[in-house]
Design a protein around this ligand. Sequence first.
Ligand SMILES: Nc1ncnc2c1ncn2[C@@H]1O[C@H](COP(=O)(O)OP(=O)(O)OP(=O)(O)O)[C@@H](O)[C@H]1O
Length: 314
Amino acid sequence: MRSSLIRANYQTAADAFDQWRENLLTGTPPKLYPVGEGELAQIEVGPHLVTLFGGAPGAGKTAFVMQSVVDALRLDPDLRAVVLNIEMPPAVLLDRQLSRLSGIPAEMIRYRRLGEEHGERLDAGMSALEEIAERLCFVRPPFDLANLAATADAFGGDLVTLDYIQRIAPPGQHGDKRGAVDATMNYLRQFADAGAAVVGVAAVGRSKDKSGRSTYGGDSLSLASFRESSELEFGADDAFILAPDDDDPSPVRCVTLKHLKARHTEPRDLRLRFDRTCQSFTVDDGGLPDSGKFESAISDLWSRTTAAEEESVS
Ligand SMILES: Nc1ncnc2c1ncn2[C@@H]1O[C@H](COP(=O)(O)OP(=O)(O)OP(=O)(O)O)[C@@H](O)[C@H]1O
């Protein structure tokens, strides 16, 4: 009979019990890598987890995820991270992180309009980046999962970041885009099962609003908005969507990081401010934009430099 050729594979609860009880009683909680301070630390990124971030084009997915990776490296001196970004080269990603860490507008850094007045802030941002540089690596082409896996092994990466999932090819042939994204997600789960912390950026599609119009509006974005594949929502442990409050063109805009799926906790939305000028996200505490200690240090420096500039002009 055909069924006799299939070998059953299972474990009884009794067999699992001793190891499970030992683990429970030693009181070791799952390891997590905090991606920021305060409420940002509640975002679960850690070994064996796949954490997904989606959002409309330009919502700030790359900015948020790069900030998370860089801050996770700053907060955990043993952490090593691998970034595969298919859209922006390392120099551009570093420019933007330098802007965030120094408080110098990203545009000035992009066009290399740096002067003596930036010296102190530039040094502060640069040394924050230098401190983590040995533990951060960027994947070079080919931008596929096989190269990502080989790089993570060779570099000893604990945290792997993919930006963005729908464009990163899995090994083998897959009938269509959907099949390829399904396969990518299955591989990412395997990376996580092998102990990696996986952070994925995902594109979302437009949804219909109440009047039937096609929109990226925050109210309409849901788990079903992740493009190409429902495997993305099923395979992720946590899924977030960055939803701006409105089309506010001002440099600092309020966004909600909607926690649409939480496999191990209660979902908790986070209110954030995205300062696009410096590519920086901070928790929206209803007060002034800067609330973290790094940002406070930078804004201190900023006001001292500005005061000095004003004095030298007068
Ligand atoms: N120098 C700058 N000054 C002000 N705003 C900027 C500057 N550079 C980029 N931006 C804005 O910051 C945001 C960049 O966000 P980011 O690249 O993280 O978005 P994303 O969600 O990853 O987008 P995409 O889906 O297009 O990759 C965009 O809204 C962009 O207009």
